[in-house]
Design a binder for this molecule. Structure first.
Ligand code: SR1
Ligand code: MG
Length: 386
């Protein structure tokens, strides 16, 4: 249910300064809207040399308009997820300065030196240290919110805290369902209409996507970020990655976050290989391997020593990640929300890349259980790992 508090008014560049001034050293002297995301309003507000970010939810989905109502509770979910992630992985998320439920707004540290990782990758910039730090972040937050770490009381609290049905429904629909049916939300280039129709007619593929959806809905393994693509990571020189925008967080399968990161790195890799940048493609191969290795190492280090089954759980996460990577790669070609890495490719190159990414996604979704990062990455990129 979408309850809108009496005090709630959407902010704009004229009103956000007053709202933000108590979090700044003095009166706000400049405000700009900087959000280009699908869901929320995002502003940078300055007072002299200091600045903060204000993120406010609208009672509807920003890209769709008022015809698609959406709960304001997503701001609470984001605030509470940021607190937990900051505790488990210090320095890996933006600092939460304040949460104002009545305004459906949060105030965040301004990562003004940072850029969105996807944007940096598209520009061909290599940020060292990011992939491994992100792998560590995933392991710390996933193991740290899983039943092997939390007692049943704390787990029950977490379950109640992260009931997130409307945002889960978006993922269930846009990631697992719509790309495989004739949905009004799908968007694809006319050149691949034949392939989009093929996806809809591929019964084994649809069944496998359905099984992944059921696992997403039922496997409450840990507090997952829920939307961890390269557009949800900010980076700067020296690395220092920060995972942002955890409004899709809920108790779900660990492999979903891992699959999303790898899928988005694989799409970046395929795009750069098509553009002829073999060196950057090789760097992305290495970055993906470093991400997975850091995840596995940290996962092992965080898993409580007295609890058996850590190796088996890690293997299950990798196997799940393959399928989740596959659905992410397909939905970014034929679904509502695309990946700029591929959308920005020149005409004449884009179609071939989309076909390659969709082919890889299909293989990942229907593959027999995978056992290594190398296997997953070869299928995701269509390349044999050296
Ligand atoms: C309707 S929202 C579309 C997408 O944007 C978010 O970042 C999620 O990836 C969601 O699927
Ligand atoms: Mg997002």
């Amino acid at each position: 249910m979408n309850t809108v508090p009496d005090e709630y008014v959407p902010l704009d560049v004229d009103t956000v300064g007053e709202f933000a001034s108590s979090f700044l050293p003095g009166p706000a002297d400049a405000a700009e809207e900087i959000g280009d995301g699908n869901l929320n309003l995002v502003f940078r507000v300055r007072s002299g040399a200091e600045s903060v970010i204000v993120k406010q939810a609208l009672p509807y989905l920003k890209i769709a308009g008022e015809g698609w109502p959406l709960t304001l509770d997503r701001v609470r979910i984001e605030a509470e997820a940021l607190r937990i992630q900051a505790d488990l992985a210090p320095g890996r998320v933006p600092a939460l300065i304040a949460h104002r439920p009545a305004r459906a707004a949060i105030v965040l540290e301004d990562l003004s030196e940072h850029v969105v990782w996807r944007t940096a990758l598209i520009a061909g910039h290599r940020h060292e240290g990011v992939a491994e730090a992100l792998g560590e972040f995933c392991a710390r937050t996933l193991v740290g919110t899983s039943p092997v770490t939390l007692d049943s009381e704390r787990r029950a609290t977490l379950h109640r805290q992260f009931v997130n049905p409307e945002l889960c429904a978006i993922t269930e629909d846009l990631v697992f369902t719509s790309p495989y049916v004739d949905s009004a939300s799908n968007r694809y280039d006319p050149e691949i209409a034949d392939l989009a129709a093929e996806l809809r007619a591929d019964v084994p593929l649809r069944a496998a996507a359905g099984r992944l959806k059921l696992r997403f809905q039922t496997r409450a393994e840990a507090l997952i970020h829920g939307d961890l693509h390269t557009g949800s990571v900010m980076v700067r020189d020296g690395g220092d990655p920060r995972a942002i925008d955890p409004e899709f967080a809920f108790l779900g399968p660990m492999g979903f976050d891992i699959g999303n990161v790898l899928a988005n790195l694989a799409m970046a890799r395929t795009a750069h290989a098509a553009l002829g940048d073999a060196s950057l493609a090789a760097w992305l191969d290495d970055a993906a391997a470093r991400f997975s290795a850091a995840f596995a190492d940290t996962f092992g280090a965080c898993w409580p020593s007295g609890v058996l089954g850590g190796d088996r759980q890690l293997a299950d996460v990798l196997a799940d990640a393959a399928g989740y990577a596959g659905v992410e790669m397909i939905r970014r070609q034929v679904g509502l929300a695309h990946a700029a890495d591929i959308d920005t490719l020149p005409d004449g190159m884009r179609e071939e890349v989309r076909r390659a990414v969709i082919a890889a996604g299909r293989v990942l979704i229907t593959a027999a259980r995978l056992h290594s990062h190398e296997e997953l990455w070869s299928l995701a990129t269509g390349e044999t790992c050296s």
